[in-house]
Design a protein around this ligand. Structure first.
Ligand code: BTN
Length: 268
């Protein structure tokens, strides 16, 4: 079956939201949709503006890494936001987006879960990367961009990624409509973002998130650089910290920037 068109008009027609992805910019090729969205931000583009590309010549990952995907295989997009809240709350938006992508993939019929804090996983392997960047002026957020790369119809992965990453196609043998994927992410994100703004934290999203958390109730190893320890993951709190019950019964809240967590028997 020929793939559906993936372009500005088809995406726009699929998105049914109030503001998230209400304006769509589409390019066959850009350097990075995050860079593009930042330029749109500087030019005054509205809250919720979405930049989508079929191919990125200089896609960016976290920690200065590259993010590459062949044309036709993935969803690569960045949403521009103009929040009223203070800069310190912005990192939680990555969690809000992670939850939204997991819910969107679930709506597409794929059994998805989340590896804390924001890896969306299928069969214990990552299908998505998220990169949040912000511009601050005199202590106020000028804009935030959240870039999302989703491995949708990717049919091969480089050897070095094969044990950690996968795609929806590789897991299910089915190809998916990327327009629908963009639309579902925008719809889920809009709803989740509004709940986030309402409470100023993740309190109203905690339950949905914990339901999708891959290792909730499972043993995990907390890779604290000073003294690693084991415990049972109990879910996130309203700040997005992972609540871990240690073997001696004490409860610790683990903050994402400080330490990472592994399942005892695998990456998840
Ligand atoms: C990660 O390292 O896991 C984050 C990867 C983020 C990739 C996406 S693809 C769309 C957007 N544009 C970029 O240059 N990066 C993000």
């Amino acid at each position: 079956m020929a793939e559906m068109r993936f372009d500005r008009e088809t995406i726009s027609n699929a998105v049914h939201t109030k503001w998230a992805g209400k304006t769509v910019h589409f390019a066959e090729e850009v350097n990075s949709t995050n860079e593009w969205a930042k330029t749109l931000g500087k030019e005054g583009a509205a809250h919720g503006t979405l930049a989508v590309a079929e191919y990125q010549s200089a896609g960016k990952g976290r920690l200065g890494r590259r993010w590459t995907a062949p044309a036709g295989s993935s969803v690569m997009m960045t949403i521009l936001l103009r929040p009223d809240f203070e800069p310190q709350y912005a990192p939680m938006l990555t969690v809000v987006m992670g939850l939204s992508v997991a819910q969107a993939a679930q709506r597409m019929g794929v059994d998805t879960s989340i590896k804390w804090p924001n890896d969306v996983v299928v069969s214990r392997k990552k299908i998505c990367g998220i990169l949040t960047e912000m511009s601050v002026e005199e202590g106020n957020i000028r804009y935030v961009v959240i870039g999302v790369g989703i491995n949708v119809n990717l049919d091969t992965l480089p050897d070095e990624l094969a044990d950690k990453a996968t795609s929806l196609y590789l897991e299910t043998g089915k190809t998916y409509d990327r327009n629908e994927m963009v639309a579902y992410v925008m719809e889920c994100f809009e709803e989740n973002y509004e709940r986030f703004v309402k409470s100023g934290d993740l309190a109203l999203l905690q339950e949905d998130y914990n339901r999708m958390l891959a290792n909730c109730g499972q043993p995990v190893r907390v890779l604290d650089p000073l003294s690693p320890y084991e415990g049972i993951a109990r879910g996130i709190d309203q700040k997005g910290e992972l609540v871990v019950e240690k073997t001696d019964g004490t409860v610790v809240c683990v903050s994402a920037g400080e330490v990472s967590v592994r399942g005892l028997y695998s990456y998840v």
